[in-house]
Design a protein around this ligand. Structure first.
Ligand SMILES: O=C(O)CCC(=O)C(=O)O
Length: 207
């Protein structure tokens, strides 16, 4: 796969880390969680060495190809037989996130958005695998894309949009995933690849 690699174009963001005072929403957002040079190195390593796969997702009565590529890592006993073994890069990121949050994670989903056509539709993460009020910790490398959140039932609550920059960190915790959905929209602008890593707490036994 040939992809753009010019990370000089990536911005790490300079705005302050914001707190969001909205019902049922618990977010921790940190810009520059990983410095530019280190973020560039992670971006290149992950882009070129990850065995990216197309993902077939069920939609109504058929399977459709998701508009992004994925890779799934973790211990097989927690994350299932399809999970790849942890790599040194992913373990280093996991430990950094665990230190930041005081939480433990045992699996990570990598998403590759190759360009502006790639996206993720409005959804919340499946509860049967990650528990009712899961903690989901993301690290982002590459193209800044807007991350949108909307309340599932109370449409009077404004949507939230966070531009997630190269090297940034976002934790969704508490009731966020139960009451809010999130989404990365498509864009008609020319876009470089974006890699998102979502660290999760999975328990196969609870299914
Ligand atoms: O790419 C992102 O920031 C979001 C990824 C996501 O929604 C997911 O993996 O469920």
């Amino acid at each position: 796969m040939t992809l753009f690699t010019d990370t000089e174009l990536f911005t790490s963001g300079s705005e302050c880390n914001k707190t969001f005072n909205l019902p049922d929403l618990e977010l921790m957002h940190i810009n520059n969680f990983i410095g530019k040079e280190e973020a560039d190195a992670y971006y290149h390593a992950l882009l070129h060495t990850t065995p990216w796969k197309q993902y077939q997702m069920p939609m109504y009565d058929k399977l459709v190809t998701a508009p992004r590529m994925i890779a799934w890592y973790g211990e097989k006993e927690d994350a299932g037989d399809s999970a790849l073994p942890w790599t040194p890069e992913l373990l280093a990121l996991r430990f950094k996130i665990e230190k930041q949050t005081g939480l433990e994670f045992n699996a990570v989903l990598l998403n590759l958005y190759r360009n502006g056509n790639d996206s993720v539709a409005w959804h919340s993460d499946k509860e049967h695998k990650i528990g009712k009020n899961p903690n989901i910790a993301s690290v982002i490398f590459g193209q800044t894309r807007p991350f949108r959140l909307r309340h599932k039932t109370n449409k009077a609550i404004p949507q939230v949009e966070i531009p997630l920059h190269h090297g940034s960190f976002l934790l969704m915790s508490g009731t966020t995933n139960t009451h809010w959905e999130h989404h990365i929209p498509k864009s008609s602008k020319e876009m470089l690849p974006r890699i998102n890593l979502t660290f999760r707490q999975v328990r196969l036994q609870s299914i």
